[in-house]
Design a protein around this ligand. Structure first.
Ligand code: ZN
Ligand code: MN
Length: 153
């Protein structure tokens, strides 16, 4: 009933991910559960920035009786523990990223696909934008918009 999950991360990375997860959950007063672990492993194994629904579909192959609500709560817990990033959009939709270092994204205007952008802007790029009156800048989110290969053709 629970097929082995094949991951590009390999078993060593899986063990390390579990240790990281246990530590972060404990530090935030949260319990380690197999559901949370499965959701976390899936986020680490993909760079597709899945929606909660997509994570639900993927994790169900490992934990058939998991609910969408459980997946959603697990994702929010991971975000709260700093193990995942939630990408929110103007239409109210959200995607999740297991990669937590600051990096730009490219988003397809047609299908909503989100891709990692390999490069970085220089650290002083923000300075050129100048100070914003009555506002303390903490960082920025850069999103390139366009069309993915599938939607462009
Ligand atoms: Zn697309
Ligand atoms: Mn990303």
């Amino acid at each position: 009933m629970s097929p082995a999950i094949v991951s590009p991360l390999g078993p060593a990375s899986f063990a390390k991910a579990e240790a990281v997860l246990r530590e972060a959950l404990e530090a935030n007063g949260q319990r380690y559960t197999e559901q949370r672990a499965a959701v976390y492993r899936h986020l680490l194994a993909t760079d597709s920035h899945p929606t909660a629904d997509e994570v639900f579909t993927a994790v169900r192959s490992e934990i058939p009786d998991i609910s969408l609500a459980t997946v959603y709560k697990a994702l929010e817990t991971l975000v709260g523990c700093g193990l995942a990033v939630k990408l929110t959009y103007g239409d109210g939709s959200a995607r999740y990223d297991g990669r937590t270092d600051p990096h730009p994204h490219a988003r397809c205007l047609a299908c909503g696909a989100v891709l990692d952008v390999p490069g970085h802007l220089p650290n002083d790029a923000l300075a050129d934008l100048g100070p914003v009156a009555d506002f303390s800048v903490e960082g920025y989110r850069l999103e390139l918009i366009g069309y993915c290969n599938t939607c462009r053709t």
